[in-house]
Design a protein around this ligand. Structure first.
Ligand code: UD1
Length: 352
């Protein structure tokens, strides 16, 4: 069997890692296509290096652009790649523009498509990721769902016969890295103490594209009550620069750093008192690593994290002082995201 994985953005490299490892342990051929959606070294290359992912076989070098331009550039480059490799499966991951482009090109060329992380829904049609998920699920031939909730969403849309519950590959990689890192895997910036700081990432259009909202979020983080380690996504940095919003605060309330490599991120979360984010992946990583999370959104695809208050949704940054570093819930954490063996099931489902 020959499987061609299409990836392009940071969360997809994380999901690719356990899948590539599972393929490497078999006779199957695995071709990796990087669209180039994320191109900064710390948004892309470090993930391949640290998570020991083989270098991409093909790099489309597409880069940034409006949704149409970015997705269209990927689409126009994919035909030749699929024509050359003629895979048995095109495997797409998650919900980015790279996911949608990989799916559309494969469908048009009558190649079977498998969607990893199928069935997630925010039910917020203004999110680009929601269009990407829905369109991909309805176009794909096999839907590899991470959770029962995702299976239920697929059933509600009449897609049960294509759906398989495989578990969450992010659990595979998160637990593997958690077991390998030590306290020294991440050097804390001066002024931060283990167990007393909050890790934060902000990148979603709904939080970054309106200058008033963005300024309120940055001020809200600086007033969170615990010092915040803000791992600044390029979109956040670019939008703050465009609108004259200052990120660094001389009082030490906000420590701004570039995005971290995956093992450093896991170590930073393990050393923290909590996470404040609008990222889907980080919400779940906080949960898997047993840290409280405050999600600056009105909805989440990972609803299981909300049970018992491990994750709390709010758009109101004035609530951060009470939420950001709140105590961990007393109840035992449920384990709805699989057993850390999902990638093997992905390979088996495709081979079958
Ligand atoms: C994308 C995904 C989102 C995912 C996120 C993870 C879509 C629609 N969105 O959002 O689902 O959660 O990745 O990070 O696919 N930029 C750089 N260097 C880079 C990458 C981006 O400077 O390596 C800047 C560019 O100015 C670009 C902006 O960040 O315009 C946004 O990048 P883009 O890929 O469009 O979307 P993300 O916000 O990263």
């Amino acid at each position: 069997m020959k499987v061609l994985s299409v990836v392009g953005a940071r969360p997809q490299f994380v999901k690719l890692a356990p899948v590539a490892e599972a393929f490497a342990a078999t006779e199957h051929q695995h071709v990796i296509v990087h669209t180039g959606q994320h191109y900064d070294k710390n948004m892309s290359d470090v993930f391949f290096a640290d998570l020991r992912i083989p270098a991409p076989d093909v790099h489309l070098g597409v880069g940034s652009g409006s949704h149409g331009v970015q997705t269209g550039s990927m689409l126009s480059a994919m035909d030749a790649v699929l024509d050359e490799h003629k895979p048995d499966w095109v495997l797409v991951y998650g919900d980015t523009n790279s996911t949608l482009a990989g799916t559309l090109s494969a469908v048009k060329m009558h190649l079977p498509v498998a969607h990893l992380e199928a069935g997630l829904r925010s039910f917020n049609r203004r999110m680009p990721e929601e269009h990407n998920r829905v369109l991909t699920d309805h176009a794909a031939d096999i839907l590899l769902a991470p959770t029962q909730v995702a299976m239920d969403h697929l059933a509600n849309e009449g897609l049960s016969d294509r759906a398989r519950l495989v578990g969450d590959v992010m659990t595979d990689v998160c637990f593997r890295v958690r077991d390998a890192v030590t306290d020294d895997s991440f050097t804390l910036p001066e002024g931060l103490k283990r167990g007393e700081y909050v890790v934060s990432t902000i990148h979603r259009a709904e939080n970054t594209d309106d200058p008033a909202r963005l300024a309120a979020i940055v001020d809200g983080l600086a007033a969170a009550g615990a010092p915040v380690l803000l791992l600044a996504h390029p979109r956040l940095v670019a939008k703050c620069a465009e609108h004259g919003i200052k990120l660094e605060r001389p009082d030490g309330s906000l420590h701004v750093r570039e995005p971290l490599a995956y093992p450093e991120m896991v170590a930073a979360v393990l050393g923290s008192a909590g996470v404040v984010t609008d990222s889907g992946g980080l919400q779940k990583e906080a949960f898997l690593l047993g840290r409280v999370c405050t999600t600056l959104r009105t909805e989440t695809e990972w609803v299981e994290t909300l049970e018992d208050g491990w994750n709390v949704l709010t758009s109101d940054v004035s609530k951060l002082p009470e939420l950001a570093a709140r105590p961990v819930p007393a109840a035992n954490r449920p384990m709805p995201y699989g057993d850390g063996q999902a990638a093997g099931r992905v390979v088996a489902a495709l081979a079958e």
